[in-house]
Design a binder for this molecule. Structure first.
Ligand code: XMP
Length: 504
């Protein structure tokens, strides 16, 4: 495996994902933490928002330079290398940010002729002004005479630019050179191997005991359920709670999926309880808290029926467990998230988290290996609190019905237009606003519905999707004609930030 020491760059996870795409397992470790050296083939030092000049600049333990492992420093990682070996770093007057053309100065194992004269992405403040001892420059750009440096003897390389980002044309080749040519790693990380190993591991952990887990209909919890089923059959039971806040036909769709895959599911319709507790509630945070607590109550009650279950399976992913190197301090709570992965520890189960090493795209690949339909795997994300946070204001059965019908038409049209998979998320939001309209000769006074569709790679930032006007028009007229209670449709054209994807 390759170890990536994280100095807090926003791109650290991207380095790991790129290396895994090459078929090599990569793990992210906080810059100052010890790590298991077994099987480590090389070390990458990530970027950072910090400057090496700051008093508390993050620095790795000195020993990492004595492990006799190849090292690649990226951006701030280059400063770390320079700092260790006595290079001079100049405090930048201004940041260099954007594209630059890389020019090869000397053939080397990291940057070959194919990478010469290609575009790389620069994003840095301070930069190297003179070479550290024992190093030579192997590539430059117009603004950086030392865009890439090496110490062949010590097997240390460092680059000023970011090979892991998409804008660096041959960045992946550079990482591939590092991983295979320099570190001699083997490409044995794939979801087929992972599946075999994981099934064995689950069997060994669980032995003859039983496992319970919550399934939501989302990709992560579904992959966990199918995986558990492959490993231990009916000794896994997936609890599927109908919160009454699900989309049209969702319970049937999910139950059907698991039936096809032979997964043992315990279905609980708790819609009345959820709606009762949400009655009259308008505040988004209150809604979220009530739904989270109610879900735990319902799950805990069902779990008692299975008091011979010793383990709780959860769809925790790798990004959830990476210890974040937070240079900027903890961020403020924007929304209190609820999802089925968030069950409290005091339920007295031992946890099984078979996806805790995986990124989202790897979970999807694993799902394919497990025979889950492509259509299901490519579903848009759906929030744990469900339609409750898409009905602005009070939630009633009538309003749920209106929203379900409108949402179903929207998704149907988006799929028909063949753009569903290009969009990160599309959904309808029912507003607490009535507007005047005219139907036939009659005045109407009915609900306004907002359509939201966004493009995003991770849900952290998003742009509104530039959906064709014709299609928007079609969706609007179908919804107004077919859904009783709506006489106006608007399109949400805000991006995140400053808006969020969901309205509540
Ligand atoms: P926001 O609205 O924060 O949403 O821009 C970002 C992404 O997260 C989803 N989301 C949730 N997912 N439980 C979830 O499992 C939640 O409570 C929750 N709230 C928002 C949202 O749909 C989007 O994909």
């Amino acid at each position: 495996k390759i170890v990536i020491l994280d100095f807090g760059s926003q791109y650290t996870q991207l380095i790991a994902r790129k290396i895994r795409e090459l078929g090599v397992y990569a793990e992210i470790i906080p810059f100052n933490k010890d790590f298991d050296k077994v099987d480590v083939k090389g070390i990458i030092l990530s970027g950072s928002p910090s400057s090496i000049y700051e008093n508390d600049a993050p620095l790795p333990k000195k020993e990492i330079f004595n492990l006799n492992l190849p090292i690649l420093g990226i951006c701030y990682g280059m400063q770390v290398v320079a700092n260790r070996f006595g290079g001079v770093i100049a405090k930048a007057q201004k940041r260099e940010y954007g594209l630059a053309k890389l020019k090869l100065l000397k053939e080397n194992p990291l940057i070959d002729r194919e990478i010469d004269n290609t575009i790389v992405w620069m994003s840095h403040g301070d930069r190297l002004e003179s070479l550290p001892e024992g190093f030579e420059a192997v590539a430059k750009t117009d603004n950086s005479p030392f865009a890439a440096i090496q110490n062949l003897n010590k097997r240390i390389w460092a680059v000023q630019f970011h090979p892991e980002v998409y804008h660096s044309q041959k960045g992946k080749r550079l990482l591939s050179n590092f991983v295979f040519e320099i570190c001699n790693a083997k490409a044995n990380w794939n979801m087929g191997n992972f599946l075999t190993q994981q099934i064995e591991k689950i069997k060994q952990t669980v032995k003859d005991k039983r496992v319970i887990g919550a399934v939501s209909g989302g990709v992560d919890s579904s992959v966990v359920a199918v995986l558990m089923n492959k490993a231990i059959g009916d000794r896994f039971v997936g609890v599927f709670v109908n919160t009454g806040l699900l989309r049209k036909n969702e319970p049937e769709y999910v139950l059907n999926l698991f039936k096809k895959l032979n997964v043992n599911i315990r279905y609980e319709d708790a819609s009345e309880l959820f709606l009762e507790r949400l009655k009259g509630i308008e505040d988004p945070e209150k809604k979220r808290k009530i739904i989270g607590h109610t879900f735990i109550d319902v799950f805990a009650k069902i779990a008692k029926e299975y008091n011979n279950a010793e383990f709780l399976a959860q769809g925790t992913l790798y990004p959830d467990i990476i210890e974040s190197v937070s240079v900027k301090g903890p961020s403020a709570t924007i929304k209190s998230h609820h999802n089925v992965g968030g069950l409290p520890k005091d339920l007295n189960f031992k946890l099984i988290e078979p996806l805790r090493e995986l990124f989202k795209d790897e979970v999807r690949q694993l799902g394919r290996q497990l025979g889950i339909d492509e259509e299901f795997i490519n579903r848009h994300p759906f929030p744990g609190p469900g339609l409750a946070i898409r009905i602005i204001g009070k939630i009633t059965k009538e309003r749920l019905k209106i929203l379900r019908e409108a949402d179903a038409i929207l998704i149907e049209e988006i799929k028909k237009a063949n753009i569903y998979n290009d969009i990160w998320q599309a959904f309808a939001v029912l507003l607490p606003v009535s507007s005047v309209g005219v139907m036939g000769d009659k005045r109407t006074y009915e609900n306004v519905l907002a359509i939201r569709a966004v493009d995003s790679v991770d849900g952290m930032t998003a742009n509104f999707s530039k959906i064709d006007y014709e299609l928007l028009g079609k969706i609007s007229s179908r919804i107004i004609n077919e859904v009783e209670g709506i006489n106006r449709v608007v399109y949400d054209i805000s991006s995140k930030p400053p808006a969020t994807i969901e309205w509540e």
